[in-house]
Design a protein around this ligand. Structure first.
Ligand code: ATP
Ligand code: MG
Length: 275
């Protein structure tokens, strides 16, 4: 060993750029940063039969969030669902649908979990009487129903792509003609069932949904970055299957509809998904 190396250590190997620098998420938002940093002012458990036993957290200065603790999952055999809350948010960001409120992973009082921005003054679809199973008529105007149709289509398309098994009427919020997809812990499923809130099989895919999907699909670097981000949160096969679904759905988008008989075309099993 040369004297210089003995004294100062051997010169560092020049690593290729991709090894030294992780590609940054170009879509990371100010809202996410605020959610990650803001200090807790107070917190309380949400009362009711909620299976993940989320906590409502108020932040100092402004805003609130829904905190889902990883420690509560272990007892409920929902391990990893809090990560899927974040994964679903990321997928939504990259698709550009704007359905999922900003969601991050962070620590509060020494506990790790997901924190989703609280949407004030919103009603769940069940509360807004949008759930047909309840046998109640929506209390919405014709115009509201019309504008919600596009939002509901986006939600259905999103849940199809993410293979969500839990979009019941309590897991979406409605506010001023906008839909918020909350409670996304049962997405990216494996060999499971798919449970949407509504169905638009064989219905022409609206142009806005097509455009958003095609923008995402043709953004090669974006898909690679999303794959990296999802890989930090999900199993490898969950990520692989998501991207295989993207390929299947792309064919449907080109055709203009998702056929009714494609309901089980996206089972979360690499062996089942057609190549
Ligand atoms: N981002 C949000 N903004 C406003 N309210 C929210 C938000 N997230 C959750 N809520 C409210 O808290 C309730 C429980 O949250 P969530 O559905 O995520 O919990 P859960 O334990 O997974 O529920 P489930 O009973 O479906 O298993 C929701 O039905 C909704 O009323
Ligand atoms: Mg719920």
């Amino acid at each position: 060993m040369k004297f210089v190396e003995r004294a100062f250590g051997s010169p560092k190997r020049e690593l290729p750029k991709e090894e030294t620098e992780k590609r940054k998420n170009p879509l990371s938002s100010a809202e996410e940063e605020i959610l990650e940093m803001r200090e807790k002012a107070s917190s309380k458990d949400i009362i009711g039969g909620c299976s993940s036993r989320p906590v409502f957290v108020e932040f100092k200065d402004d805003g609130a969030g829904i905190f889902k603790l990883s420690s509560r999952e272990e007892k409920l055999e929902h391990v990893g669902n809090y990560k899927k809350e974040r994964a679903a948010y990321l997928a939504d960001r990259f698709l550009g649908f704007g359905l999922v409120p900003p969601t991050v992973i962070r620590e509060i009082d020494g506990e790790i979990g997901s924190v989703q921005e609280f949407v004030p003054d919103a009603k769940t679809a069940a509360e807004a009487y949008l759930t047909p199973a309840e046998g109640k008529e929506p209390t919405l105007t014709k115009e509201q129903k019309q504008s919600l149709k596009l939002e509901l289509f986006k939600l259905w398309f999103f849940d199809y792509l993410l293979y969500n098994r839990d979009r019941h009427g309590g897991n979406l919020l409605v506010k001023e003609n906008k839909i918020y997809a909350i409670d996304n812990g049962w997405t990216f499923r494996k060999n499971d069932f798919y449970w949407p809130f509504c169905r638009f099989f064989d219905t022409p895919i609206p142009q806005e949904v097509k455009d958003a999907f095609e923008r995402f699909y043709s953004w090669k670097e974006g898909k690679e970055i999303l794959r990296d981000l999802l890989s930090e949160l999900l199993d490898k096969d969950e990520v692989d299957c998501f991207f295989k679904r993207v390929e299947v759905v792309e064919r449907f988008v080109r055709q203009g509809t998702i056929p009714e008989n494609a309901q089980s075309a996206l089972k979360f099993d690499p062996g089942i998904i057609e190549k």
